[in-house]
Design a protein around this ligand. Structure first.
Ligand code: HPA
Length: 270
């Protein structure tokens, strides 16, 4: 595992002449931030040793590395999901590689369903905590002390400092961001009505099929994390129609400009 991480990091370093400081994962329908980079270097996942290739719809599957608003950033355009059949270690491998490249801040975005009537489609929600409902954990197995400790604290997985910065940026630009607890599920089947009621009763505001494993690994590696969900649909509790990929795309698009503002401005301040 340690050698695989090193080899992947070296193959990226061989193509760039600077060190990225910030990692950004772009979720479903949230690709546009990558288009704002100056002189980006695109590296498809299949060109990186030991990386898995994303198969999810509308996920491009490449690293985009370059300068964004004065900072060197590495963007994952398209992430890997557990439901694609990869192991927890495979889907979180890119986070290990980011850490090996010297990245210590991770901005992770996702499309999520809302369980809370205050969180409506098109809303931007700062994730303030998560519930791991995936039934597994990416840290199961041998613990390499070089990567992090055996029992990492999950006391503050989502940085309050970064959440405050994001909230202030939204205020300065006259829009609001909300906060909520994100529950990570394996999918790919969507939640039943009974499951939605259960997650809401357990204290969850949002549901989705990503983020939690990535954040656990980022925290294990000592990274500071900002998690942002874009509400793309209401969950079954409020909505009896099945939601479509089109609905998800349209609502992600509604949040696009404000999400871009948060990301562009926060990387300047990190
Ligand atoms: N459920 C699970 N994952 C999702 C949803 C949802 O409603 N919306 C976007 N990702």
């Amino acid at each position: 595992m340690l050698n695989k991480i090193k080899e992947a990091a070296q193959s990226i370093l061989a193509r760039i002449d600077f060190e990225p400081e910030i990692g950004i994962i772009l979720g479903t329908g949230l690709n546009s931030v990558a288009e704002m980079m100056t002189d980006p270097i695109n590296i498809p996942y299949e060109d990186i040793p030991h990386m898995s290739v994303s198969t999810a719809p509308s996920h491009q599957g490449r690293f985009v590395i370059g300068n964004l608003n004065g900072k060197n950033v590495l963007i994952m355009q398209g992430r890997l999901h557990y439901y694609e059949g990869y192991s927890m270690q495979q889907i979180t491998f890119p986070i290990r590689v980011m850490r090996a490249l010297g990245i210590n801040t991770l901005i992770v975005t996702n499309a999520a369903g809302s369980l809370n009537e205050n969180l409506q489609p098109g809303d931007i929600v700062l994730i303030n905590d998560h519930i791991n409902f995936m039934g597994t954990n990416p840290l199961i197995g041998i613990n390499y002390e070089e990567l992090g400790e055996r029992f990492p604290s999950m006391n503050e997985p989502y940085s309050h400092r970064l959440m405050n910065l994001a909230t202030n940026i939204a205020q300065e630009h006259n829009f609001i961001v909300k906060t909520g607890v994100y529950t990570g599920l394996t999918g790919p089947s969507l939640e039943t009505l009974a499951e939605c009621k259960m997650f809401a009763a357990l204290g969850s505001d949002l549901v989705g099929m990503s983020t939690v494993p990535e954040v656990i690994v980022a925290v294990h590696g000592g990274m500071e994390v900002l998690g942002i969900s874009v509400v793309t649909n209401l969950s079954n509790i409020f909505h009896s129609e099945p939601h479509s990929q089109e609905e998800i795309r349209v609502n992600a698009e509604k949040a696009r400009l404000n999400l871009e503002k948060i990301i562009l401005n926060i990387i300047e301040k990190i």
